[in-house]
Design a protein around this ligand. Structure first.
Ligand SMILES: Cc1ncc(COP(=O)(O)O)c(C=O)c1O
Length: 357
């Protein structure tokens, strides 16, 4: 049956808030009042109607593409939906990684895709394995959908593996949608798969790594002809973005080093703390975290709903239970808390794990 809602997003929005949330997957919010902004900078002159060029140029220059390859969208969320809506017709075969971010499945299902899955094996560090993708691909495959960095595990897809998947797609006339919302937290930074040629359609935003989810500044990188189709399709949806948000996004790009700030150093510290924590526990299986904002360990205690419930009841803390990623004995932790809070959250996680031993 066609999906017409996201249970995960509903949970993420309305779960009871806790003080030490390891559920988040973005760096702390960047405060726009740290930049010199005048209210007159935000005027509503409607310049966004013809696809606001200053923002397109700012994004295109940061990601090394031409403005013709770029489509603006409300966050990576709408970017993913728009990319799929432009490319998927009801009944099309679409391959989606497993585990994955639930909304990618939901959007493809909503559009009537015939969804097939390919596994990113936990035992293989959730690696993107082109041989596994190839085994799942047929002439009927129209789209291959994946995340890089991988949500939930943060596994990084190697460029040669992406290239091999691009080749598979080319052979069957399919596209590869790569959600790159976490890619800018790779260490060292990696280029977008958009540089690997026309099969690739890549999405990203100022949300996770930049702490600016509120601006809803997202985008799609695609070959120019396809990008044009997506712009035209978006006329049916949002027409254009809120212009003050576009102006603020331009300011953010002009000051991108300040916006990024201490984020990478904080994430590196928190990953180090996480690695120490996880390697000292015999009830967790987790590869050392070297990239990204999340990890997805396996817990020997079984269904991690139980762990989340204990954290919430007793420790004012939370994790994302693995059921949201179709792997109930795993759970996702996010590294985006300020380090002091992250340490305290880990201490609480340790206490809850000990309780349930
Ligand atoms: C893989 C993935 N894509 C997209 C999003 C949503 O990003 P945005 O806030 O830019 O819409 C998330 C947020 O959790 C995500 O994990």
């Amino acid at each position: 049956m066609r999906t017409i809602k996201s249970d995960y997003m509903h949970w993420a929005k309305f779960k009871r808030p806790v003080r030490y949330a390891l559920t988040g997957s973005e760096v702390p919010h960047f405060r726009m009042d740290l930049l010199a902004i005048n209210i007159a900078d935000l005027d509503l002159d409607g310049a966004s109607h013809p696809r606001y060029l200053p923002l397109r140029k700012a994004i295109a220059s940061r990601y090394g593409v031409s403005p013709e390859q770029l489509v603006a969208a409300d966050g990576t969320s709408m970017a993913n939906f728009l990319a799929m809506a432009a490319l998927i017709s009801p009944g099309d075969q679409v391959l989606v990684e497993w585990p994955t971010y639930e909304l990618l499945l939901g959007a493809a299902s909503f559009l009537g895709a015939d969804i097939k899955r390919f596994e990113r094996k936990a035992a293989d560090g959730f690696r993107l394995d082109p041989a596994i993708v190839e085994a799942a691909t047929s002439d009927a495959t129209r789209m291959i959908i994946l995340t890089n960095l991988h949500n939930p595990s943060s596994a990084l897809a190697e460029l040669e593996d992406l290239r091999a998947i691009g080749e598979l797609a080319r052979r069957s006339g399919a596209r590869v949608l790569v959600d790159e919302v976490y890619l800018d937290s790779a260490v060292p930074p990696r280029p977008s798969a958009a540089h690997l040629g026309p099969p690739f359609v890549c999405t990203n935003s100022l949300t996770k790594v930049y702490g600016l989810s509120g601006l809803r500044c997202g985008w799609i990188l695609a070959e120019p002809e396809l990008a044009e189709r997506m712009w035209r399709l978006n006329d049916l949806f949002g027409v254009n973005q809120a212009h003050p948000a576009e102006r603020l996004a331009c300011l953010a790009f002009e000051n991108i080093d300040r916006v990024v700030g201490d984020g990478p150093a904080m994430l590196a510290r928190n990953r180090g703390l996480w690695n120490e924590f996880a390697s000292a526990r015999d009830d967790l299986e987790s590869l050392p975290a070297s990239h990204g904002i999340t990890a997805f360990p396996r817990w020997s205690g079984g269904d991690t709903e139980r762990l989340d419930a204990r954290l919430r009841e007793r420790y004012d803390a939370s994790i994302v239970p693995g059921r949201w990623f179709e792997m109930p004995d795993h759970f996702r932790v996010g590294f985006g808390l300020p380090t002091g809070e992250f340490e305290e959250a880990l201490a609480r996680l340790g206490a809850a794990l000990d309780d349930l031993k």
